[in-house]
Design a binder for this molecule. Structure first.
Ligand SMILES: Cc1cc2nc3c(=O)[nH]c(=O)nc-3n(C[C@H](O)[C@H](O)[C@H](O)COP(=O)(O)OP(=O)(O)OC[C@H]3O[C@@H](n4cnc5c(N)ncnc54)[C@H](O)[C@@H]3O)c2cc1C
Length: 456
C-alpha cells in the first residue's frame, strides 16, 4: 500500500479544509488535502450561493482573495413570501451580503491554499480513519483509482462535510467528541442554477418561501439579474419531499421564470442542528459541516466553515509546536467556535425545535404578523428584545395567534437561558460532563415548555 506522511492531513477541499490548510502551510508545516473529486470538480458544492460577512473573513484568505467570485453585491435584504397568508415580508439582513459563483469561489480557495504551500491529492476517496494503540487518531486510509493508500499524520482534520463518514469509523470512547448525531437533525436539499432572458425585478433580494406540501423552504437567490440559484430543502424528521418535481412546480408558477434554462444541478445534506458539543479527540478535529458549524435557521455555513478551519488550523500549529496532540491541548478549538458563533447557533436551534410542535399554517400566520426588523434580529442574534410599542403592534396584527405568540415569547426566554449557559462553555475537557448535564436539563425544560419531541 502506498504511504504518505504529513504534519497535518485534511479530508475535503471545501471552505473548512482550505482555510485550515492555508493557516497550517503559512506557519511552515507540511499539509495535504485529500479530496474525492477531481481537480476540475473540486470546489463545486451544492449551495444557495449566499455569502454573508465576507468583509470579516479570516485574514489568512480575506475578502480581497475571494471577491472575484462575487457576482451580485446589490442584495441587501430577504424577501419572505408567504402565499398562504398573501403576505410578502422584507427582512433586513445585517452585515455584508453577496451572491457568488460558488465554483469560482471554491477554486479561489483552493488556489489560495495551494499558494500557501498545501499539497492537493484529488480523485482520492477517504474511507476509514486510523487510530494508534492509545486511541489517538493517526491518519486515514483512502483509495485513488482502485489503489489503496495510507496517510499518516500528527494531526488529522475532518472537513468532509455533513454526515462525514470518517466519524463512523473512529472509536470515540474516552473522548468528549459529540456522537449524539442522527440524520433527522439534518436537512436534505437540492438546488439548480437557472438562466432567464429578462432580468428579474427582485435582483436585490434573497427570496425565501415555505413549500406547499411539507414543512420545507424554497429559495430564489439571484447570482445576477438573469442567473438565479433556486433550491429547496426539508428537515429529515419530516415527511420526505419530492425535491425535483416540487421545485419544478414552484418555478412553473413564476411568470418571470418561464422558459428558464437549467445550467447546473446538485443536492446535499446540511446540518440544521446545534454545533457539536465537542469536535475534538486526541489527534483529531472536525471542522465546518462535519461538526455542524451552520446557522440552523438560515442554513448559512460558509463563514462558520471558514472560521472553524482557521481556528482548527491554528490549534494544529500549536499542537505541532508543543509536540502535544492530546484532546486537552486541542480543546481551545472548541472554545473559540463556541465563543464566536457556536453558542448563538445553539440558541437559534431552539426556534427549530419550537416549530416542530406547531401546525405549519399556524406558524405562517404568526410569521406574517411579525415585523421584518424583529425577525431579522431574531435570526441573526440568537435572541432579541421587543420594545413596548412594537409589542402592541405585534399583538394587534397577530390576533388569532396569541396562544402561539405567548409560547414563542416563553421559548425566547428559554433560548436566552441556553445562550447564557453556552457562554459558560468550559475551558477544559474536565468540566465538560457537568456543563453537558446542565445543558441537557435546560433542553428538558425546553421540550416540556414547547411540547416538542426531543431532537437530541
Ligand atoms: C443545498 C444547500 C444550500 C446551501 N446554501 C448556503 C448558502 O446560501 N450560504 C451559506 O453560507 N451556506 C449554504 N449552505 C451550507 C454550506 O454550503 C456549507 O456549510 C459549507 O459548504 C461547508 O463547508 P465545508 O468545508 O465544511 O464542507 P463542504 O463544502 O461540503 O466540503 C466537503 C468536501 O469534502 C469532500 N469529501 C467528502 N467526503 C470525502 C471523502 N470520503 N474523501 C475525500 N473527500 C471527501 C467533498 O467532496 C467536499 O469537497 C448550503 C448547503 C446546501 C446543501
Amino acid at each position: 500500500m502506498e504511504s504518505f506522511e504529513y504534519d497535518v492531513a485534511i479530508v475535503g477541499a471545501g471552505t473548512a479544509g482550505c482555510y485550515a490548510a492555508a493557516t497550517i502551510a503559512t506557519a511552515g508545516y507540511d499539509v495535504v488535502i485529500v479530496e474525492r473529486k477531481n481537480a476540475d470538480e473540486a470546489g463545486h458544492i451544492a449551495c444557495g450561493d449566499a455569502l454573508k460577512g465576507a468583509d470579516k473573513f479570516p485574514s489568512v484568505m480575506p475578502k480581497s482573495e475571494i471577491a472575484d467570485s462575487f457576482t451580485n453585491t446589490a442584495v441587501d435584504h430577504g424577501r419572505f413570501e408567504i402565499p398562504q397568508e398573501d403576505t410578502v415580508l422584507d427582512i433586513p439582513v445585517p452585515g455584508e451580503l453577496a451572491v457568488i459563483d460558488r465554483l469560482a469561489y471554491g477554486r479561489l480557495l483552493i488556489n489560495g491554499a495551494e499558494r500557501a504551500g498545501t499539497d492537493f491529492h484529488y480523485d482520492t476517496v477517504v474511507h476509514r480513519a486510523t487510530q494508534d494503540e492509545e486511541g489517538r487518531v493517526s491518519g486515514f486510509e483512502a483509495t485513488k483509482k482502485g489503489q489503496r493508500r495510507r496517510y499518516r499524520a500528527t494531526v488529522t482534520l475532518d472537513g468532509a462535510g455533513a454526515l462525514s463518514l470518517l466519524q463512523d469509523t473512529i472509536d470515540f470512547t474516552g473522548t468528549t467528541f459529540d456522537t449524539n448525531v442522527r440524520y433527522s437533525q439534518f436537512s436534505s436539499a437540492y438546488r439548480e442554477v437557472i438562466e432567464v432572458e429578462e432580468p428579474v425585478e427582485w435582483s436585490d433580494a434573497l427570496v425565501i418561501k415555505p413549500t406547499k406540501r411539507s414543512a420545507g423552504y424554497l429559495w430564489y437567490f439571484p447570482r445576477t439579474p438573469t442567473e438565479i440559484n433556486v433550491g429547496l430543502g426539508f428537515q429529515m424528521n419530516e415527511e420526505p419531499m419530492h425535491l425535483v418535481s416540487d421545485l419544478r412546480e414552484d418555478i412553473s408558477q413564476r411568470p418571470e421564470l418561464q422558459g428558464a434554462t437549467v445550467v447546473d444541478k446538485l443536492g446535499a445534506a446540511l446540518p440544521t442542528r446545534r454545533p457539536y458539543d465537542s469536535a475534538t479527540a486526541a489527534g483529531y478535529m472536525a471542522i465546518g459541516d462535519a461538526a455542524a458549524h451552520v446557522n440552523p435557521i438560515s442554513g448559512g455555513g460558509i463563514s462558520g466553515a471558514a472560521y472553524a478551519g482557521t481556528y482548527a488550523g491554528e490549534q494544529a500549529v500549536e499542537a505541532l509546536e508543543r509536540e502535544d496532540t492530546s484532546e486537552e491541548l486541542l480543546w481551545r478549538y472548541n472554545e473559540r467556535v463556541m465563543d464566536h458563533y457556536g453558542a448563538r447557533y445553539a440558541a437559534l436551534d431552539i426556534y427549530n425545535i419550537f416549530s416542530t410542535a406547531y401546525d405549519l399554517d399556524e406558524l405562517l400566520g404568526l410569521l406574517a404578523a411579525l415585523p421584518g426588523q424583529q425577525l431579522s434580529e431574531a435570526l441573526y442574534s440568537g435572541s432579541s428584545s421587543v420594545g413596548f410599542g412594537l409589542k402592541l403592534k405585534v399583538l394587534y396584527k397577530s390576533f388569532g395567534h396569541w396562544g402561539t405568540l405567548k409560547n414563542l415569547y416563553e421559548t425566547k426566554g428559554l433560548a436566552d437561558r441556553l445562550l447564557a449557559h453556552y457562554e459558560r462553555y468550559p475551558d477544559s475537557p474536565h468540566e465538560f460532563d457537568a456543563w453537558q448535564a446542565e445543558r441537557d436539563s435546560i433542553m428538558d425544560d425546553i421540550y416540556a415548555a414547547t411540547g416538542a419531541a426531543p431532537k437530541y
